[in-house]
Ligand binder design. Structure first.
Ligand SMILES: NC(=O)c1ccc[n+]([C@@H]2O[C@H](COP(=O)([O-])OP(=O)(O)OC[C@H]3O[C@@H](n4cnc5c(N)ncnc54)[C@H](OP(=O)(O)O)[C@@H]3O)[C@@H](O)[C@H]2O)c1
Length: 273
């Protein structure tokens, strides 16, 4: 998988990123099955498989329990460089999520992420929206902190992980580099955000490509024997606004399969574009 430019930031990410909710949090999540957090050895194994499959990008967040801390520790034991994206605005403690988009809370969160990830720059920073995307962007002052971190070289690309089309469109109007949006064959309503990214020369990072593991039934026109993972990747990569698709897994076999299918889907999309 060839790396792709993330908007105009100079950052290069693989078309498939690895989501790491499951590295640090197994409470209050909506996956189809319960799971144990992977051991450090298992995370190393997942990162080996990711790397072999051409993945250079990890997505984490303070809201993913111990994910950030574990990534900081484990990447410190590995030789190769990784692009790490994190978020600010949501935390998870004692089984509960809390949101705070006040500038001081965002600043404190980003400084904590720098320490936890053991870095002097955060590659990608997204506001971790609770759904009130437009109000967060317009009223909280959080965007000013993102811009300041970008100007000071403490953040590479900045943006927001949204839940609304309005929020995604507004983010590009506010000059943010990236939007993380939900997009898959079964949930297409945020497509205007991907269209806007193409027009504005920005990037969309796609989350929930597999519907958080629930997927969906194969589209009727595709027949019933279509692999939903293949169907999802083909669908997403056919949109030029989708720079990278972040898929979460703690299963090395699923990760290997995702790398293979993503590489094929990207190749096919490029051939016909
Ligand atoms: N608000 C936000 O900013 C936000 C919200 C949601 C997600 N995200 C980011 O996006 C990432 C992905 O989102 P997500 O985890 O909700 O959903 P997802 O990537 O659509 O689905 C992940 C689920 O799919 C399963 N899976 C992965 N590959 C598979 C395969 N080949 N076959 C069958 N099952 C497979 C995984 O289970 P196994 O572990 O068993 O493989 C996991 O339970 C997250 O990790 C996070 O980094 C961000």
């Amino acid at each position: 998988m060839d790396l792709r430019a993330l908007a105009g930031t100079g950052i290069l990410v693989s078309p498939l990123g690895l989501g790491t909710v499951k590295f640090g949090r197994n409470q209050g999540v909506k996956y189809p099955r319960p799971f144990d957090l992977p051991t450090d050895t298992e995370i190393h194994r997942l990162l080996d498989v990711a790397r072999e499959g051409g993945v250079n990008y990890l997505d984490t967040a303070p809201a993913y329990g111990t994910s950030e801390e574990r990534i900081g520790h484990i990447l410190g034991e590995r030789p190769e460089p990784w692009i790490v994206g994190t978020k600010a605005g949501e935390t998870f403690a004692d089984g509960e999520s809390r949101h705070d988009f006040a500038p001081e809370a965002i600043r404190t969160s980003l400084e904590r992420s720098l320490r936890r990830l053991r870095r002097d720059r955060l590659d990608i920073v997204l506001l971790h929206s609770d759904g009130n995307d437009a109000a967060i962007l317009r009223e909280s002052g959080a965007v000013d902190v993102l811009r300041e971190f970008r100007e000071r070289g403490l953040a590479g690309a900045v943006g927001i992980s949204t839940k609304t089309v309005e929020g995604g469109l507004l983010a590009f109007e506010f000059g943010l580099d990236v939007v993380m949006a939900t997009y898959n064959p079964w949930q297409r309503d945020e497509e205007p955000v991907l269209d806007a990214a193409v027009r504005a020369g920005r990037s969309v990072l796609v989350k929930k490509a597999l519907g958080s593991g629930w997927m969906g039934r194969a589209a009727p026109e595709s027949g019933t024997d279509v692999d939903p993972v293949r169907q999802a990747f083909r669908f997403i990569f056919s949109h030029p606004g989708a720079t990278s698709v972040v898929v979460g897994t703690v299963n090395p076999e699923n990760l290997r399969k995702n790398c293979e299918i993503a590489a094929r889907a990207v190749g096919t999309a490029e051939k016909f574009s």
